[in-house]
Ligand binder design. Structure first.
Ligand SMILES: [Zn+2]
Length: 111
């Protein structure tokens, strides 16, 4: 499985959390709800095809199905919390982390 997954937007995280009955989500529209049902039943080759059109949703589904920490990560994204330090005061970068956490740790302690 690819490790370079696309960034999951907050609304996508919320839709997928709701679809799997987890806290922190909310229901998507009718098309997206049907799409999530299709993705949840897709075999890997069909999921790859769906990922070509809906990479964020497939990334979120993959996270919730296969990543033990996936639910927590999606809940952080949906709530606008940094996925590393859990602060919600931002600013945030695309990876779901706050700027401080996204910054590579300097080896000598000087930024
Ligand atoms: Zn952080």
């Amino acid at each position: 499985m690819s490790t370079s997954s696309p960034t999951i937007p907050p609304d996508v995280a919320a839709h997928v959390l709701f679809h799997y009955g987890r806290e922190g989500g909310y229901q998507a529209g009718s098309f997206t709800t049907a799409l999530l049902s299709a993705m949840g039943t897709a075999d890997p080759s069909n999921l790859d095809r769906l990922a070509a059109g809906f990479p964020e949703y497939v990334a979120a589904i993959t996270a919730i199905q296969y990543d033990p920490a996936g639910v927590e990560r999606l809940q952080d994204i949906a709530a606008g919390r940094c996925t590393r330090c859990k602060q919600n005061d931002g600013p945030f970068v695309a990876s779901g982390r706050c700027e401080a956490c996204a910054r590579p740790m300097p080896l000598d302690g000087v930024a």
